[in-house]
Design a binder for this molecule. Structure first.
Ligand SMILES: CC(=O)SCCNC(=O)CCNC(=O)[C@H](O)C(C)(C)COP(=O)(O)OP(=O)(O)OC[C@H]1O[C@@H](n2cnc3c(N)ncnc32)[C@H](O)[C@@H]1OP(=O)(O)O
Ligand SMILES: CC(C)C(=O)C(=O)O
Ligand SMILES: [Mg+2]
Length: 512
């Protein structure tokens, strides 16, 4: 059986999802989970894009040992140097250099002739090869490129030292048949193609990213680039979990395997969803809430008689726990630790005590503490920002259907002082957000507000996700609490803190 390499770009292309902005702690936590999941390569970021991205890639490179860590660079010395600075501590540094090859991109974006593009690509690969053991080269917008030109530039970058050639369907334009043929063409027409591995990178604009990736595998790709939950630029990238499970369930057809520990899929998906604030649709294959739910009578009857009548994937295969755990206020440390372990969470001993205290506090007000609650407590810890920012001391709202709602908020400032303020709004949440705007003065606009309950029941935790527009960028924030208004305040403060953190990185960049 052929082994296909899974290249995860959740932390680079996935982070290009509108409104997603992960801090370095969240990125490191996701990278560690990707390593446990068994991905071959983690694309940790684009170090030249910002000092924050460079720092996050550096941290990931220093921590991750089982997966190869790579980073993206444009075809410039500056970007390649930034990637080298970020990746020095990884055992097998790999760079991913890209340059667009389609007439549309060369003419309008790069403003270069095809000859200039070839020269630039070769120069960049040669320069990268002086530093990096492995150089991956991508032909951005490969699918809308002229095939003979593409074959020519690929031959030259392989001669210059590239050993992985990626052919991205950057705008999600191709059908599976066309994408497969692109790989067959390059295998046939690039004379030195046997000196490099072919890689696929698909976007989902026409809903064909996973099908295209599988077609590329059938036609010679040995590496596929994808993201958890299919997040990414515009309609997203190919979903890693869908490709991996398709290869496993249909190994009879594809004759391929991966090194993935499929049992880690569900937890990885939930972690990415929580940190990015991008909910997984219920009907999403493999990781959607309904992926294993049988609703209609005839289906239920069939499954009760014989699961295989309607179930091609067993939920256990991808780590959906068969018996939900329930803890309560009388549960002790052993049961708590056991639940944490069964959930697949990796918690250091130093952290488990504070998590246990939070669990006890929650159990005092909530009858049953479920797996989902534990997961929320755990992920909340990792969503703390790297240094102290604003934090909520208390929020009080006076509301009646006849009067104007008023919020009174007490905040601890980054300097450690306590500030109190009150303001009104047309609703309770707006009153809270007006108050916070007046306390933390930043030019932001609320673009999205989402409220969901974690689990069921009247006493379920509330989870609020907000998306703020700040200048040209969008920033997401998330907060959980038993009270909806408190969760709303926490989510808004989380997003404002992230804006402040980014501003401080930008100031460092200007001074550097
Ligand atoms: C298909 C993809 O996913 S590509 C990856 C996309 N990811 C990102 O863009 C990450 C976030 N980006 C950023 O932070 C910024 O765009 C930066 C820091 C990378 C660059 O910022 P700026 O220097 O201000 O340039 P800006 O983004 O406005 O324009 C991009 C420039 O790079 C050039 N460029 C684009 N791709 C490449 C490439 N592969 N190699 C060399 N130059 C390139 C463009 O032609 C343009 O050059 P110009 O200024 O001479 O016209
Ligand atoms: C940078 C490249 C690989 C990319 O993300 C794309 O072309 O979609
Ligand atoms: Mg892409």
């Amino acid at each position: 059986m052929r082994t296909i390499k899974l290249y995860d770009t959740t932390l680079r292309d996935g982070e290009q999802t509108a409104g997603v902005n992960l801090n370095s702690t969240e990125k490191l936590e996701i990278a560690k989970q990707l390593e446990r999941l068994g991905v071959d390569v983690i694309e940790a970021g684009f170090p030249a894009a910002s000092p924050g991205d460079l720092e996050a890639v550096k941290q990931i490179a220093a921590e991750i040992k089982q997966s190869t860590v790579t980073a993206l660079a444009r075809s410039t010395k500056h970007d390649i140097d930034a990637a080298w600075e970020a990746l020095q501590d990884t055992p097998h540094p790999r760079i991913h250099v890209f340059l667009a090859t389609s007439p549309i991109h060369m003419t309008h974006k790069l403003k270069k002739t095809p000859e200039e593009v070839i020269a630039l690509a070769v120069e960049a690969v040669r320069y990268a090869k002086q530093k990096f053991e492995t150089v991956q080269w991508s032909a951005e917008d490969a699918c809308r490129s002229d095939y003979p030109f593409l074959a020519n530039i690929i031959e030259q970058v392989i001669d210059a030292g590239a050993t992985i050639i990626n052919l991205p369907d950057t705008v999600g334009y191709y059908t599976p048949q066309e994408y497969g043929q692109l790989f067959s063409y390059m295998k046939k027409h690039v004379p030195n193609m046997d000196q490099a591995m072919l890689s696929a990178h698909c976007h989902d604009d026409l809903g064909m990213a996973v099908a295209n990736s599988l077609a590329a595998i059938e036609h010679g790709a040995d590496q596929v680039e994808c993201t958890i939950n299919g997040i990414g630029e515009r309609a997203g990238n190919a979903a890693l979990e869908e490709i991996a499970v398709a290869l496993a369930i249909r190994s009879d057809f594809y004759g391929c395997q991966t090194r993935l520990h499929l049992k880690e899929i569900t937890y990885t998906s939930r972690l990415v969803s929580r940190f990015t604030g991008i909910n997984v649709p219920p009907n999403k294959a493999i990781v959607g809430g309904n992926a294993f739910a049988h609703e209609s009578g005839i289906h239920q009857d069939g499954v009760l008689k014989e699961k295989s009548t309607y179930e091609i994937i067993s939920p256990e295969l991808v780590g959906v726990a068969s018996n939900a755990l329930v803890l309560g206020k009388h549960s002790g440390r052993h049961a708590f630790r056991d639940s944490i372990k069964r959930l697949g969470l990796v918690v250091e001993d130093a952290v488990i005590d504070s998590l246990f205290q939070q669990f006890k506090k929650l159990a005092d007000t909530k009858k049953e503490v479920t797996e989902e609650d534990l997961f929320a407590l755990f992920t909340d810890q990792h969503m703390q920002l790297p240094f102290s920012m604003y934090s909520l001391r208390s929020v009080q709202v006076t509301y009646s259907s006849h009067n104007i709602p008023t919020a009174t908020i007490s905040l601890e400032t980054p300097e450690g002082t306590i500030e109190n303020h009150a303001a009104t709004g047309s609703g309770s949440v707006e009153a809270i957000y007006h108050t916070l705007d007046q306390m933390i003065s930043l030019p932001v606009q609320l673009k999205d507000y989402r409220l969901q309950s974690i689990g069921a029941g009247r006493d379920a935790l509330a989870q609020v996700t907000v998306r703020l527009q700040h200048e040209q960028e969008e920033m997401n924030g998330s907060g959980t609490a038993q009270d909806v208004l408190q969760a709303s305040a926490k989510a808004y403060i989380h997003a404002l803190n992230k804006v402040l953190l980014q501003e401080s990185y930008q100031r460092q960049r200007v001074h550097a």
